[in-house]
Design a protein around this ligand. Structure first.
Ligand code: AMP
Length: 284
């Protein structure tokens, strides 16, 4: 495993690989790696000739300074994990090389960022899009792997790649979960054992919505039920629960036939968590 610390060393390391027409797979992360991240990396290693992982806590995508401050950092452990699965390259950009000046560019995504995270985290997707664009330009991967866990992010990056003709294929990867259903997340480290158990309410809610969808119940009915569930759990505060069309990630008032998803965000204690489940009658 080769660790690369600056942009030129990434270009130098990847040049001969590109020249030989080998396929490069890329996984952008913010570190504090867990099995969810590793599932993306392993998929890339199966599908591509070489795999590169970046670890960079991108300040631009944090709309809340305290959230950035509290974001877990464990670089040595991350490198050990990546070494243990024998990834080819790790890129650790330095903030001053990556953002030598205040970026002037901002992204707007129209309907795609008007709801869900776009409302609760203003500027978040612009920051994500900027860092991902820069990484795509530096690494020039053939395939890039993103988790379905961050569904709106995946959709927005896919839209950006389509509109700006980035020569990269975006590969979505299933969400890895803890035994109780809680979606793995770097933020879970900040939950106490009790809070981890409470946090399984997000996944339980999604399952309830999916079952209602499959059995032909009314969305607005189950939505109220889930809100009541949260009202009965002191430490869990529901921020949103929406059924959306995958095209546009816009909320809809009744269950779709297919190509939809249910998306949830809630605070468990001080920790904000998101999760989602696809709603498709053809896929279980
Ligand atoms: P992050 O480090 O949170 O920016 O995540 C890096 C990538 O890992 C993103 O594409 C996430 O969607 C993905 N990811 C995060 N958690 C999970 C999970 N539990 N299962 C699968 N992918 C995940």
């Amino acid at each position: 495993m080769k660790i690369l610390y600056n942009i030129q060393s990434v270009r130098n390391a990847l040049k001969p690989i590109k020249y030989s027409s080998a396929e490069v797979g890329f996984i952008p992360t913010m570190g504090a790696l867990h099995e969810g991240h590793l599932s993306l990396v392993k998929k890339s290693m199966e599908e591509c000739d070489k795999t590169i992982v970046s670890i960079f806590i991108n300040p631009l995508q944090f709309n809340n300074a305290a959230d950035l401050e509290r974001y877990p950092v464990q670089i040595e452990k991350d490198l050990d994990l990546l070494e243990s699965i024998k990834v080819d390259f790790v890129f650790l950009p330095k903030a001053d090389e990556f953002y030598p000046e205040e970026p002037a560019i901002e992204f707007k995504f129209g309907k795609w960022d008007q709801h869900l995270e776009g409302v609760y985290r203003p500027g978040h997707f612009s920051g994500v899009a900027l860092v991902v664009s820069k990484l795509f330009n530096i690494i020039q991967p053939d395939r890039a792997y993103f988790g379905l866990k961050d569904l709106q992010q995946l959709q927005i990056i896919s839209q950006m790649v389509r509109e700006l003709n980035f020569p990269v294929t975006i590969i979505p990867v299933e969400t890895e979960r803890e035994r109780g259903g809680l979606a793995m997340s770097s933020r879970n480290q900040r939950l106490s054992q009790l809070e981890k158990e409470q946090a399984s309410l997000l996944h339980k809610s999604l399952i309830r919505v999916k079952e209602a969808f499959l059995s032909g119940k009314k969305w607005q009915h189950v939505r109220k039920e889930v809100q009541e569930l949260f009202n009965n759990h002191d430490n869990c505060k529901l921020e949103y629960l929406e059924v959306v069309k995958l095209d546009g990630m816009t909320p809809i008032e009744s269950f779709p036939e297919n190509d939809g998803a249910v998306c949830i965000a809630a605070k468990v204690g001080e920790v904000r968590l998101i999760d989602n489940m696809l709603l498709d009658r053809n896929v279980n």
